[in-house]
Design a protein around this ligand. Structure first.
Ligand code: F3S
Length: 394
């Protein structure tokens, strides 16, 4: 530890700061970290004002009351969207800690409430060390951007943001970013729904190992986001290399750091049908809510949906949620696409459609949501067909 860190530990910057540092030191010790390193950015999951975060909210409140501020750009996961308070009805009343959390986070300097902070100005550069929580954001950060973060937890993320440091272990070290399992995708005619499903399969197969995918070099960053989020839900995956696509995998050799894969798995198309059925909860009643945007959508993804909705109307008994960050919503509001939002009756919201307990039956194209909750798993086109024409149109 540096002299300054030792002084903080002994209370030079107050008791709360000392406790936060002790937390990071103990975390580092348990993983064999040699030192604390400077971070460029942080992202916290201490955002959701439901009662189950009570203990963590108390710690955050102490941090805010002590007058501490984040030292690096820090964002937080989505909060409930009060624009739709009437539609959410009693659901919004469950968020008893929301006001306190927003006040405390704002007081310590946290900005932006989204699980896709990389669409805001919290977008680090290749090689930057960060302390991000939110598994879908961490896997994007590591895989697509090539910045470095472990999967942090609530409180650890705040401690890192306030101290501007994180223990040097895990994915901060190049040798721990080496690919371990090679997944080959031999078929070419995949779509976004297939890629998200491949993500679910890779996560449950790889566990905490680092997958390398061969055969998907043409996929978009949005598809990488959706595949990664699904993997990070069904497994403890925090980094995926895609040969010829992600920045640390220009070649197969680079992805495996000149080593050999521990295992090679060929993904047959037939497995996708099994996975789609495995993670789908089928309901006999028509849906009350359909949600797109877990993880939240990029501007391009929102525009794709709105183009498909043009000239169509959402059935009155269904809420069709299109979820994105505030920045993307503002861009859409100031574009000609806003007319389609109004004409179709869709709800362009900044909430998290998974953690906001939207009444069931619920249908989504999100692999992550279907892994964690009782949701029906369908492609985007099917979601739109059902939202505008009913179940018989799927
Ligand atoms: Fe984001 Fe909520 Fe899904 S935080 S990744 S929309 S569970």
């Amino acid at each position: 530890m540096t002299k300054k860190e030792e002084e903080i530990l002994t209370g030079s910057q107050g008791e709360i700061c000392s406790k936060l540092l002790r937390l990071l030191v103990k975390l580092g010790d348990s993983f064999g970290a040699d030192k604390l390193i400077q971070i460029k950015s942080a992202h916290t999951v201490l955002n959701f004002g439901l009662n189950f975060v009570n203990a963590a909210a108390k710690i955050l409140n102490q941090v805010a009351k002590a007058g501490l501020k984040v030292k690096v750009r820090t964002s937080a996961d989505p909060i409930v969207d009060m624009t739709y308070k009437d539609t959410l009805g009693n659901i919004s009343k469950l968020f008893v800690l929301q006001d306190q959390l927003i006040r405390d986070l704002t007081d310590i300097g946290v900005k932006s409430f989204t699980c896709t902070p990389y669409y805001t100005d919290n977008c680090p550069n290749f090689g930057d060390h960060c302390a991000w929580a939110e598994s879908s954001a961490v896997i994007y950060l590591n895989s697509v951007i090539g910045a470095r973060s472990n999967r942090e937890g609530g409180v650890i993320d705040i401690a890192s943001a306030v101290l501007g440091k994180t223990p040097n272990y895990g994915l901060h070290l190049k040798e721990n970013r080496k690919g371990q399992i090679l997944f080959k995708v031999p078929f070419k005619n995949w779509d976004t729904f297939d890629l998200t499903t491949i993500g679910l399969y890779i996560g449950e197969t790889a566990g905490s190992k680092i997958p390398v995918i061969q055969g998907l070099e043409k996929m978009s960053t949005d598809d990488l986001k959706n595949l990664g989020a699904a993997s990070a839900a069904s497994g403890a995956v925090a980094l995926i290399h895609v040969v010829g696509r992600t920045p640390e995998a220009n070649t197969l050799e680079e992805a495996f750091q000149n080593d050999k894969p521990e295992e090679i798995i060929e993904i047959e198309r037939a497995i996708l049908k099994e996975i789609k059925e495995k993670y789908s909860t089928e309901w006999s009643n028509p849906p009350r809510n359909i949600g797109i945007g877990c993880p939240q959508l990029s501007k391009d993804e929102v525009i794709t949906i709105l183009k498909k909705l043009k000239g169509k109307t959402i059935l009155p008994e269904i809420n069709f949620w299109i979820c994105c960050c505030e920045e993307v919503r503002n861009e859409i509001k100031n574009s000609p696409y806003w007319e389609i939002v109004e004409q179709s009756g869709a709800k362009l919201a900044t909430l998290c459609p998974m953690l906001t307990p939207l009444p069931r039956p619920y249908i989504t194209n999100s692999g992550k949501t279907c892994f964690y909750t009782s949701a029906t798993y369908r492609s985007l086109d099917d979601c739109i067909r059902i939202a505008t024409g009913g179940l018989n149109h799927a």
